[in-house]
Design a protein around this ligand. Structure first.
Ligand code: ADP
Ligand code: MG
Length: 361
């Protein structure tokens, strides 16, 4: 449905200098909900503006279906867009705000108002049609912006950080609503966000961007479970993945990751190619993929508890190597029932199917 082919955007027009977007390839299926996720400045908004037609790519092609749209004007792209600021017209009522894009298309007033009423019902603001934006809460303004974007029944909905002005609680509600409206209307939707929780919760697929390039494009589970590189691994997850430097060695005839503090025997089902022996790696351990076991567990790693933080839903336990050889601290999550105090010696068990390895070469 939407294809981005090798898109480059350099704001000064010179491909060689700083590229806000640097060779981006992406395919979005009809009706799909896709998030562009990445740190501030990675090129998300720039990509969205090119989809909207508000910016032209320096090179590369954008297709909607079979049609190359690089030179198609924004108004002819059949898209709806919601900006971070909502950009509502302050002097117009909610009704006129929603009807605005329809009136621009020369729809007659009674029809435009009827359509505004219809769409305002879907986003549940039909009781606010006579108000001005200043008389609305942030959440209500957000819905007006959604309604305005949807009024033309666009084929594509583009959302740029649409929830960043809402408080945490409201964000959750609005997020569910956006998803529901999107499903009901079947509109292909691309959301830009730097909020990983939001992106993972709402999307069919997420494209992780860094420095104007896609790092990985996959469904949320896959990104989280099989990150393809260190950037994705360390970007996703809260608390973040522990990354411990080590080397793959043979120890007692078994493939083992030797870190400065402990040895981790690689489980049978995850054996590596012999070419990896002797190579530096990073061992990635997610905080919720480790458990605490007894001292009698031969695979367990002895650690000292430095700090216990109560998160409400559980405890975040920070442990260090009692022999001080391992430089980095390791974070793990336990349930509230687990009794751990700082100063305790604990035994760390890594679930065999849950460690990650990243090549450093
Ligand atoms: P994001 O939305 O991911 O935060 P942007 O797409 O806004 O990132 O920006 C990507 C890069 O392009 C940043 O380095 C930013 O400073 C730069 N940039 C954005 N807009 C302009 C502009 N109008 N002129 C020059 N550089 C810009
Ligand atoms: Mg942005």
């Amino acid at each position: 449905m939407i294809t981005l082919k090798n898109i480059v955007k350099a704001y000064d027009g010179k491909k060689e200098s700083g590229r806000a977007v640097d060779g981006l390839n992406l395919e979005i299926r009809k009706g799909e909900f896709v998030a562009l996720l990445g740190p501030s400045g990675c090129g998300k908004t720039t990509t969205l503006m090119m989809l909207a037609g508000l910016l032209k790519p320096t090179s590369g092609e954008i297709y909607f279906g079979e049609r190359m749209v690089n030179h198609v004007e924004p108004k002819d792209r059949n898209i709806g867009m919601v900006f971070q600021s909502y950009a509502l017209y302050p002097h117009l009522t909610v009704r006129d705000n929603i009807a605005f894009p329809l009136r621009e298309r020369k729809m007659r007033k009674p029809e435009a108002y009827e359509r505004a009423r219809e769409i305002s019902k879907i986003v549940q603001i039909d009781h606010l049609l006579d108000r001005k934006p200043a008389q609305l809460s942030g959440g209500q303004q957000q819905r007006v912006a959604m309604a305005r974007a949807l009024a033309k029944s666009p084929e594509i909905l583009l959302l740029d950080e649409p929830m960043s002005n809402l408080d945490a609680r409201l964000k959750l509600d609005v997020r569910d609503e956006i998803r529901k409206i999107q499903r009901d209307l079947g509109v292909t939707t691309i959301i830009v966000t730097h909020d990983q929780e939001e992106a993972l919760a709402i999307s069919d697929r997420v494209a992780i961007l860094n420095d104007g390039r896609i790092q990985q494009y996959a469904p949320p589970n896959e990104l989280f479970g099989q990150p393809v590189n260190l950037f994705v691994a360390s970007f996703l997850g809260n608390p973040p993945m522990n990354l411990v430097p080590g080397t793959i060695v043979m120890s007692g005839g078994e493939q083992t990751i030797a870190t400065s503090g402990f040895q981790y025997r690689i489980p049978r089902e995850r054996q590596l190619d012999a070419a990896h022996i002797g190579k530096p790696v990073k061992l990635g351990l997610r905080p919720h993929d480790m458990t605490l076991t007894g001292a009698d567990d031969p695979e367990a790693i002895p650690m000292r508890v430095d700090l216990v933080e109560h998160l409400g839903s559980g405890k975040l336990v920070k442990v260090t190597d009692p022999n001080k050889k391992l430089e980095s601290m390791i974070r793990l999550l336990t349930d509230n029932e687990t009794d751990v105090q700082s100063g305790d010696t604990v035994h760390l068990r890594v679930r065999a199917d849950k460690f990650h390895l990243f090549d450093m070469t």
